[in-house]
Design a protein around this ligand. Structure first.
Ligand SMILES: [Zn+2]
Length: 66
């Protein structure tokens, strides 16, 4: 959920970026940015900033250990 307003209405956003360094024919750098946007207050949150009520990865690990 959003640490600012407590809303669970988070939208998963991904942005692909290309850095041309001002060149017309490369080499280009490309990469992706991922973040979450809160629909309630409009905050942009890095994945590490989002407060999850439950952690699915942790649950999965716990099951495998049994
Ligand atoms: Zn919010």
């Amino acid at each position: 959920m959003c640490p600012g307003c407590g809303s669970d209405l988070l939208v998963d956003k991904t942005c692909v970026w290309i850095e041309t360094h001002g060149l017309d024919c490369g080499p280009y750098e490309t990469g992706t940015d991922e973040w979450f946007e809160c629909r309630n207050c409009g905050a942009k949150l890095a994945p590490s900033e989002v407060v999850w009520d439950e952690c699915p990865e942790y649950e999965e690990e716990a099951i495998q250990e049994r």
